[in-house]
Design a protein around this ligand. Structure first.
Ligand SMILES: Cc1cc2nc3c(=O)[nH]c(=O)nc-3n(C[C@H](O)[C@H](O)[C@H](O)COP(=O)(O)O)c2cc1C
Length: 148
């Protein structure tokens, strides 16, 4: 099973969430996930051979995608990912009106590739620290792993 997680992170919150998810998938489900930093990617074929993938993003500006995610986002428009499982996670801050909207934007864009999302979008305010955060994380992991 080839599972990948691609993330963007400016100040480290989304990377921390990504690391937590990867650790929990391994510990709780025995699943290994390859972690990819969007800024290290030279082209946008890195998900083509994945059976399943997770996109992890923060939200910037006033509800904008991270700049380093924009080309990847556009490249998804030409992909046929039917048969793949995916989920979208991210961090944001509720002081902004457009809370975590990049997560929803990625979910909609990836849905057009034909891939299947068995999860609810996971949105974490800055870092996972409440009971609700950890319940949502567990739900995400259960739904994702059951669909594989
Ligand atoms: C200039 C600026 C604009 C932001 N705009 C939004 C926003 O529109 N919506 C949101 O939910 N969070 C917004 N945030 C909060 C970040 O998404 C949040 O701090 C996130 O955890 C950063 O992720 P990172 O540490 O992985 O870079 C903004 C932060 C900054 C500094």
């Amino acid at each position: 099973m080839n599972i990948k997680l691609v993330y963007a992170s400016l100040t480290g919150n989304t990377e921390m969430l990504s690391d937590l998810m990867i650790e929990k998938f391994e510990e709780e489900k025995g699943l290994e996930i390859e972690k990819l930093f969007i800024e290290d990617m030279e082209d946008f074929d890195f998900l083509d051979d994945a059976d399943a993938f997770i996109v992890a993003t923060y939200t910037y500006g006033e509800g904008e995608l991270p700049e380093e995610m924009e080309e990847f986002f556009e490249a998804l428009a030409d992909k046929d990912y039917e048969g793949k499982i995916y989920g979208v996670i991210g961090t944001g801050d509720t002081i902004y009106d457009e809370y975590c909207v990049s997560v929803d934007q990625f979910n909609e864009q990836i849905a057009k590739t034909g891939a299947t999302n068995p999860t609810e979008n996971l949105k974490i305010e800055i870092e996972a620290d409440t009971d609700e955060d950890f319940e949502n994380i567990d739900k995400f992991i259960e739904s994702f792993a059951s669909a594989l």
